[in-house]
Design a protein around this ligand. Structure first.
Ligand code: HEM
Length: 414
């Protein structure tokens, strides 16, 4: 990396061969926050790889605007196939163009109705124990919403716990790939292929059946995401992998955001009441939840050629590390950064330093959908229950998404 302006750069090598790996394994967040506070750009090594942590908002935005020069390098094709979340170059561009149509359709009323219906089917007649494990409930809710809203699936999608566990196992492994050498990652994934594959096969077969049924329908609905791929020469493979991608991208992220929101609201009964009658406050609350706990907490990109930006030049092969979580909690950009203050969004916030849904060409495809879903889920829950805290506070546990150590709350009928 070559600095072109008076911004600051520091390099932190750490131990021979291991770099900062031992520290990083002890506490990812402390290690990264410490790096963040050193300079605008910080070179560091964890295990096999060197990265540059980008702490300068304008440079983050510039990088994210160049998807062909800074590419993703995520090895989860075993699970998703080559879907829009992981593909690069022309394949990604075409995938995104097709899927965007679906998300741009502004049929909010239809989406609202469908989301409400799915939530009711999970919550209705449900009696809660005094202390609830919300992680499970939120996962069930968001999975159902995604399934029904995207491909009209109502009762038949039986998500075997095995499949969910496989998602979790792969997600845990993927979060280690930043510091494992590529050859080991590939080797490991290949060696685990059979274990994972039996479970994934259940899901893939199920989705393949849906995909086939849809094609055979006399009047396939234009509101089903499968409709986007109907004329694709490779319809079955393409539609199946894109649906698995959507589940992977959309369910855990939304479910965790709901859990963090309930955590922050659990000690604020007055705010729980207020957001039921004030949509703008609800919007600010969600923005602030995602400032403090962005579910997609960090990602990397590889420069596939030399790239000259306004303040810095990256050489081909450089790896950049970008984290909304670190930037959203940076005292240079936010007053009292660790405090939950939804009303800060009434005033100016540095938009370049706020990007819970990513930014640029690869910004989250499901952004508006997720916001709508979260608003409806929160309202439905809080209309019926008052959520209270328990002794066990969730502690951040950054894996591929921003997990928490546990989301246990009390729920009392209103
Ligand atoms: C609160 C919930 C969500 C959060 C915080 C979130 C966050 C993100 C972030 C940060 C990215 C960019 C990652 C990167 O650049 O490396 C992303 C991409 C993406 N998200 Fe979301 N997401 C959420 C919900 C959803 C939902 C509900 C869907 C689909 C139904 C979805 C579909 C996608 C897809 C397809 C991409 C990849 C876009 C591309 O690469 O062109 N997300 N999301």
């Amino acid at each position: 990396m070559i600095l072109k302006s008076n911004l600051t750069y520091e390099k932190v090598a750490g131990l021979p061969y291991l770099g900062l790996l031992p520290k990083y394994l002890r506490s990812k967040l402390n290690t990264l926050s410490d790096l963040r506070d050193r300079a605008d750009f910080v070179g560091f090594r964890i295990g096999a790889k060197w990265f540059t942590l980008i702490n300068h908002p304008e440079t983050v935005q510039e990088i994210m605007a160049l998807p062909y020069k800074f590419q993703k390098n995520i090895n989860i094709n075993l699970l998703t196939g080559d879907g829009v979340l992981t593909s690069n170059g022309e394949k990604w561009y075409q995938d995104r163009k097709i899927l965007q149509q679906f998300f741009i359709q502004q049929d909010i009323e239809f989406k609202k109705e469908i989301i409400e219906k799915s939530i009711c089917s999970v919550l209705n007649n449900r009696s809660f124990d005094p202390i609830i494990d919300f992680k499970k409930l939120a996962a069930e809710l968001t999975f159902k919403v995604i399934a029904i809203s995207l491909f009209g699936e109502i009762d038949s999608l039986k998500v075997d716990p095995l499949v969910r566990n496989t998602f979790d196992a792969i997600s845990k492994f993927i979060s280690k790939t930043p510091y494992l050498p590529n050859w080991y990652t590939n080797f490991f994934l290949q060696s685990q292929k059979n274990n994972f594959e039996n479970n994934i096969k259940i899901l893939k077969d199920h989705i393949l059946n849906l995909v086939r049924d849809f094609k055979n329908q006399k009047n396939p609905s234009s509101k089903n995401i499968l409709n986007c791929f109907l004329h694709h020469p490779n319809y079955e493979t393409e539609a199946t992998q894109q649906i698995i991608t959507m589940i992977l991208a959309g369910y855990d992220t939304t479910s965790l955001t709901l859990c963090w929101a309930l955590f922050l609201l659990s000690t604020r009964p007055k705010m729980q009441e207020e957001i039921l009658h004030d949509d703008q406050l609800l919007e600010r609350v969600l923005k602030e939840v995602m400032r403090l706990y962005p579910a997609g907490w960090a990602w990397t990109r590889d420069a596939v050629e030399d790239v000259e930006l306004s303040h810095v030049k990256f050489l081909k092969g450089s790896k950049v590390f970008i984290s909304p979580l670190l930037m959203h909690r940076d005292p240079r950009f936010y007053d009292n950064p660790s405090e939950f203050i939804p009303d800060r969004f009434l005033h100016f916030v540095n938009h370049k330093a706020y990007f819970p849904f990513g930014s640029g060409a690869r910004i989250c495809l499901g952004k508006s959908f997720a916001m709508l879903e979260l608003k409806i889920m929160l309202k439905s829950l809080l209309t019926n229950w008052i959520i209270g805290p328990t002794d066990s506070e969730p502690i951040m546990d950054p894996q591929i998404t921003l997990e928490g150590s546990g989301f246990f709350f009390t729920a009392q009928r209103r």
